[in-house]
Design a protein around this ligand. Structure first.
Ligand code: AMP
Length: 174
């Protein structure tokens, strides 16, 4: 199955010059979504994660579908002020300004458990790099990072620690 053909490219969204990779057209295709999760599970199987960590909000969609398939728990990495118990937080730079992500302090249990990070897309790697640090702060052992889409030219991989990086569809340009 060709996952790429199910991803819609929307020019000039959210601002001029950006080619937005829209995964809603993939999600609405039952077989396409199922295949994407099955392929992620197959490619990540050797990492044997105890937990999948997904970033709000598109990382929730893929991560939460993948977790039970891999016999792993799911850890939500959220935007500020959403998680009710004690959190670890990290601030990171965006192209314009900065952002913050949070995770529950007791999200990884027992400490040292293996965590696989999952998001829909890696662009500059700012979000994923920050999430990697957050997982480590919460006591997790990051064993890999998986993305449905990689925007190769933006070199986001450089912001990730030295763990296996799994991607399904690569685009050149942004
Ligand atoms: P970054 O921190 O630059 O790697 O950006 C990653 C986040 O921004 C991902 O969670 C994506 O959901 C979103 N994102 C960045 N660029 C795009 C794009 N061209 N199309 C769709 N989503 C994008």
């Amino acid at each position: 199955m060709d996952i790429r053909s199910l991803i819609r490219e929307v020019p000039d969204f959210p601002k001029p010059g950006i080619s937005f990779k829209d995964i809603t057209t993939l999600l609405r295709d039952a077989k396409g979504f199922e295949y994407t999760i099955a392929l992620l599970a197959e490619k990540c199987e050797h990492l044997a994660p105890d937990f999948i960590a997904g970033m709000e909000s598109r990382g929730f969609i893929f991560g939460a579908a993948l977790a039970p398939k891999m016999n792993a728990g799911f850890i939500p990495v959220r935007k500020p002020g959403k998680l009710p118990a004690a959190v670890h937080a990290i601030d990171y730079e965006l192209e314009y300004g900065s952002d913050r992500l949070e995770v529950h302090q007791d999200a990884v249990y027992p400490p040292g458990a293996k965590v696989l990070m999952v998001d829909d897309l890696i662009a500059t790697g700012g979000t994923a790099g920050a999430t990697a640090q957050l997982i480590q702060q919460a006591g997790g052992t990051l064993v890999g990072c998986a993305f449905v889409i990689e925007l190769v030219d933006l070199k986001g991989r450089a912001k990730l620690p030295d763990v296996p990086i799994i991607t399904l569809v690569e685009y050149l340009g942004d």
